[in-house]
Design a protein around this ligand. Sequence first.
Ligand code: NAP
Ligand code: G3P
Length: 483
Amino acid sequence: MTSKNGTEPIYKFYINGEWRESSSGEKIVVNSPYLNKPIGSVQAITQTEADEAIRFAHKSQQEWKRVSLQERAKYLYKWADELILMQEEIAEIMMKEVGKGYKDAIKEVARTADLIRYTIEEALHMTNDSLTGDSFPGGAKSKLAIVNRVPLGVVLAISPFNYPVNLAAAKIAPALISGNAVIFKPATQGAISGTKMIEALAKTGLPAGLINLITGRGSVIGDYLVEHNGINMISFTGGTKTGLRLAKKASMVPLVLELGGKDPAIIRSDANLEEAMKHIISGAFSYSGQRCTAIKRVLVMDDIADAFVSRLKTEIEKLSVGSPEQDSVIVPLIDEDSADFVQGLIDDAVDQGATIITGNKREHNLIYPTLVDHVTEDMKLAWEEPFGPVLPIIRISSDDEAIHIANESEFGLQASIFTNDINKAFSIANHLETGSVQINGRTERGPDHFPFLGVKGSGMGVQGVRKSIESMTREKVTVVNLY
Ligand code: NAP
Ligand code: G3P
């Protein structure tokens, strides 16, 4: 990192164990979404530098794949320790860079250290398979198949802005522990947090070339990385539009895509409304709703809707609004464009007859928590992902109607069902086209060892510690013919 007198720091990219400035000479200024000033700049690397990174990654991975699990584990344990040592510094930067409350940022770093440690343990205890030929008709007993898992090679890890450390490490750790090398492309708004995370990894003495930090706008360097024939696997987390573009451009490499969501919360008449309300408030509005798994629509039974909306209004109006430095729940959105998009959804709903129960107030990229009632299926807010603090209420009259509306969405990440009837809960859950269903809980990815996946427009493939390790390795079958 370098900085000139009085200007913000200039961060370098990291290739083959070296921190470097790009020969492009171009820097991308990163502005704080709430300080509304630059907090630093990152390199806009060239395609030649990307080629170099991928070349070094392949070279180092040839050695790394032969290193024992125990040896690999030592570096990653140290990484977790270094992250905790840097926890306050990283949290401070994350807060300024993506507007996440300081306490949430501290928690994200701690959660990441836990994830890394769990990933190591999972890898150390994964077992392989073996089969004898005679378990198949006519198969020879003398044939023994030993099935191991081997690394794919060089993993391209692309992460989003909203969890700039946790969602990046959730890719990097399983990749490294399973013997891969990594090309890491953080979200530009989040790249400084990502850089600090890589600083922690560099301190472990990890052999050069195994982790390479590539900074630059995805719209400029993204396609080149995705189409590069030196990439053996892509693990992407981000918006559905970006994911779709990436999937069309990626050649024959395994993909894991964790994309957008429009998670519904279905509130049945027999639900514990106070409990449901707590989960919906935190599920919809924490970090201003900038979570892929945020609750982004409430499907509530007609007969309890008025009472439920009234309770939601009361609690929403208690939410803290302001700066992440005060750990406000509602903080400025990541940028003005995002706020414009959210405001557009609210305006469209109002224009078509929806009712603002509370909110619909904006100060630059800060949008006050907004509850919109009587949202109907012809409004954009019923279907689009706001990634902001706006919650539409859709009134329903039956479980079947809830399932129909929930499944009509292009997304299929998670869903919540609130009810006291566990049989009904499972019956509805079995009909929902989502990766996961929460019964009497808010939609959320954690804990991080649970399988986490989206279907339809919410992604393909599965994350979660063990699943991530599996996605970055492949089977290798060795058949022994015993005589
Ligand atoms: P985004 O705009 O799609 O960006 C995600 C990443 O893709 C960034 O690193 C971005 O780089 C990069 N990128 C952009 N264009 C690219 C291209 N052509 N090729 C390759 N990479 C490219 O998403 P975001 O705004 O950071 O995050 C918000 C979205 O991510 C929401 O839709 C949210 O639901 C989703 N998300 C999903 C999950 C999940 O686990 N399902 C978790 C978190 C977020 P730049 O930043 O330089 O553009
Ligand atoms: O959008 C990021 C997603 O991974 C949310 O994580 O645990 O807050 O649901 P979580």
